[in-house]
Design a protein around this ligand. Sequence first.
Ligand SMILES: [Zn+2]
Ligand SMILES: [Zn+2]
Length: 417
Amino acid sequence: MFTPINVDVCKTPDCKNLGVMNSPDYVVQGSNVLCQECGFLFPIISTKSLNTFRTAVNRPWKSVARQCPGCGGTSLKRNGFSAQGVQRMLCHHCNKTFVLPAHSKTTIRQAHLATLIKEGVAPAEICRTLAINNTTLGRELAHLSHQAHLAERDVGASAFDVVLSTRAFYVKFNGGNSRLYILVTAEENSGRVVAISTNYCPHPVEAEYQYHSQYEERLPPGTLMHLVQRKEMLTMRRHGVLFNIDYGPATLHRYDRGMLVKPVLPAYRHFGLVRLLIEPHSLNVQHNIDHECFILGGCLVANLADIQQGRCHISFVREWGASPPVRALPPRLFYSGGIRNNVWRTYSTRDYAMAVCNLTGCKNTHLLRHVTLKSATDFIQYVQNHSFFMYLNKMSPANLTAVLEHIKHEYNCSLLQ
Ligand SMILES: [Zn+2]
Ligand SMILES: [Zn+2]
């Protein structure tokens, strides 16, 4: 997660070149590469932009992650305590022992700030109450987000079989119509949010990876089958730019630092973080993800070894309505069309519909009817109904990202009550 990666590999789940770098079967075609083995194209993604983005947004996690400072390994074991009484860890990979950074004390001001956010107090009023200016508020929000990282690091997944739901959503910023692209992954059993990623980068990346909106991609209303087929068609049409979507306007103020990047970059970063936060605890992972090509790419690349060992499965899911029916419904099968023309199953009642497409391996298809993205959806609704939400919409992307990390922690704590 803290070392550079190159993701220019075949991403067809059952192809022998899945995850293989520089295969002789690869032929460059413009901005894509054709894998002659499976016959599918994958887009070239700039390692420079991807790693600039990852380095910038992963930096706050560096001092927090449960990771060996020697070799970067994440397979760790508790190993007694230091003279100061701090938990010592042993790395299974290189046998180095070290202590993890402890929880730093939350100051009275930060605790107060957390309460004010929860109560939906306006940022100007927060500044007056805490007797701080806007710059200090930004710094305090960054601290709050750091505290959230520390607190969330140790929770881990609660079971050996983990089901994770990933969805994209948008939040307006800077008081206008600009929106931030956000990915959230939550654990389906506990509801706990594992990680969030946004497309804001504190440092600029290559101009080609800056997000621009020309024509917002909108899907007309219809059944899930129509939505799936329409989405596949859109993906096929922007074949030359498979790594891009247009989700509508998003521009920074001239004085905002950094850049908004194409959502493909956060997708690849996101699943690396998810893996780091759940890996030590889980044996089998099922990823249910939004129907989007590059979200699949990010999920595949982060979990290559586990997919090849059959310990990680990925499905595209679309869901409509809140409460899945209790009784079993018969599936209807359809083909998605588009480049891959996958088989999807759809289950529906009058007020609920779900469509799912299994992308890795052959799993028990009768279990597919229970698939849901509920845990991720619940968090998105929590954010949208939060009493601070209207002020989030007025914040800079940097502060918005920090507050979201804090709200994630607030949300996870609320699940335990
Ligand atoms: Zn291939
Ligand atoms: Zn190590």
